[in-house]
Design a protein around this ligand. Structure first.
Ligand code: S3P
Length: 170
């Protein structure tokens, strides 16, 4: 079984977009997104899961998704929710690539997007910028600890980041 590539990092860093770009360049790979998997499993939007069941229930769904991925999936590029790095068996799923960027770059990327309002609205942990910033600093080192590869997405163009990941992860 070929191993998976797992993209981790803070909200808004571009995990989904990069995953799609990698599979576009490397055929015979598929992309999966853990938030999409949870939404399809529960038939509920992430925002609603947070509002009704709470964050702890959401984290349990992330763990359930991790268990399923570790058991059933290979040869995929998997983008993850910003807190997915906390699952206990992340290394059993695949090679972990941390997309690193500073907070101001992330904020600019989200705010500068044409659909910024929508991007913010669907993220319960990005409703208050100061709180999101605190969460960013709380997690900063933890992402590095769990990563096999660290890529600075705020210092490189999209194309070279994609090449870097493909070169280092396969
Ligand atoms: C979260 C990030 C979100 C989503 C949920 C929680 C987090 O995914 O999983 O809102 O804890 O950082 P994105 O990183 O795709 O925004």
């Amino acid at each position: 079984m070929g191993r998976n590539i797992l993209l981790v990092g803070f909200m808004g860093v571009g995990k989904g977009a990069l995953a799609r770009e990698i599979v576009r360049k490397e055929n015979s790979l598929y992309t999966l997104d853990t938030d999409d998997m949870i939404e399809s499993l529960t038939n509920t939007k992430i925002k609603k899961i947070f509002a009704t069941a709470g964050e702890e229930a959401f984290r349990a769904l992330e763990q359930k998704t991790a268990d399923w991925l570790a058991k059933n999936v290979s040869n995929a590029v998997i983008s993850t929710g910003g807190g997915f790095y906390k699952v206990k068996n992340i290394k059993d799923i695949g090679i972990v690539v941390y997309l690193r960027a500073d907070f101001d770059w992330i904020l600019e990327r989200i705010m500068g997007a044409p659909n910024a309002k929508k991007k913010l609205k669907k993220r319960p942990l990005f409703q208050d910028i100061e709180k999101a910033k605190a969460l960013f600093y709380e997690r900063y080192e933890a992402y590095e600890k769990v990563a096999d590869i660290v890529v600075d997405v705020d210092k490189n163009g999209f194309d070279s980041i994609t090449h870097m990941i493909i070169k280092r992860a396969f």
